[in-house]
Design a protein around this ligand. Structure first.
Ligand code: FES
Length: 229
C-alpha cells in the first residue's frame, strides 16, 4: 500500500525563540490509521520528543530567573523587564566631546545605544535599527515633514530622533495626483533618556512596558559591540 501523505504545519524556531518560518508543507508520515500498534507507539514517541525539544528550546531562549520563566529583552513580544539597578543613569562621556563629534556610542547596562547631539538637543536610542539591525550610528540625520530623523544606512528607513517612530510616505491610490504624505508606523525604535550634569552626559535606559521592535536586536547574538567581560 502506498504511504499516506498528510498535511502538516511546519514551524522553524530561531535560537532566540522567535518563529521564523511558518507555512504549510507535506510530510510523508503515514496516517496513524495505517499503522500497527508498534508503529502508532513509535509515532506517539516521536511527537512527544518533538514537544520536549521545543520546550527545552523555549526555556533556553527565555532564561529562568528565580525558578520562573521571565522574558528576555530580545523577544519582540516582551517588555524591557529591567532590574532596579539597570534603571540607574550611566555616564557615557563629556558634553564637550559629543558637541564636537555630534554622536557617540555607549554600552549602558549591557545594551548598546547611540547618542546624538542635534541642533542643541540630545537623543539616545538603541543602536541597531528595528528593521533588520542596521548600524544607526553610521546613518545621516535629515528632516522629514519637519522632524529630524536618523536614516538607517542599510535600507534608508527613517526614524524620528525624538520619539523613535518609523516614518514612511504614502499616496492615495484613488488620487495619484495628490502629493505623497508622511505617515507614522508608531514607535519602532526604543528611545532612552539623556541628562547632563556638570558637563557629563548620562543615559537612563527606557523601562517603558511596551513592545518595541528594536528590542529584538538590542541583546544576544545581534550586538554590535560585545561588552567587556
Ligand atoms: S536595517 Fe535599517 S532600514 Fe533596514
Amino acid at each position: 500500500m502506498p504511504p499516506t501523505i498528510v498535511k502538516h504545519r511546519i514551524k522553524t524556531v530561531s535560537p532566540s525563540g522567535t518563529w521564523l518560518v511558518s507555512g504549510r508543507g507535506q510530510v510523508g508520515y503515514p496516517g496513524a490509521g495505517a499503522l500497527g500498534s508498534r508503529g502508532r507507539l513509535r509515532l506517539a514517541w516521536r511527537r512527544l520528543s518533538g514537544v520536549a525539544t521545543f520546550l527545552a528550546h523555549a526555556v533556553a531562549s527565555r532564561g529562568v530567573r528565580g525558578g520562573r520563566l521571565s522574558p528576555t529583552r530580545n523577544q519582540t513580544g516582551g517588555s524591557m523587564d529591567l532590574d532596579g539597578s539597570e534603571q540607574d543613569p550611566v555616564c557615557v562621556g563629556r558634553e564637550d566631546d559629543i558637541k564636537k563629534s555630534e554622536r557617540m556610542t555607549a554600552v549602558v547596562h549591557d545594551r548598546e545605544v547611540v547618542i546624538f547631539y542635534h541642533k542643541g538637543e540630545y537623543h539616545a536610542m538603541d543602536i541597531r535599527c528595528y528593521h533588520s539591525g542596521g548600524p544607526l550610528h553610521l546613518g545621516d540625520i535629515e528632516d522629514f515633514d519637519g522632524r529630524p530623523c536618523i536614516v538607517c544606512p542599510w535600507h534608508k528607513f527613517k526614524i524620528t530622533l525624538a520619539t523613535g517612530e518609523g516614518l514612511y510616505q504614502s499616496i492615495n491610490p484613488k488620487d495619484p495626483s495628490a502629493k505623497p504624505k508622511w505617515c507614522s508606523k508608531g514607535v519602532k525604535q526604543r528611545i532612552h533618556t539623556v541628562t547632563v550634569d556638570n558637563g557629563n552626559i548620562y543615559v537612563t535606559l527606557s523601562n517603558e512596558p511596551f513592545k518595541c521592535d528594536s528590542d529584538f536586536y538590542a541583546t544576544g547574538d545581534f550586538k554590535v559591540i560585545k561588552s567587556p567581560s
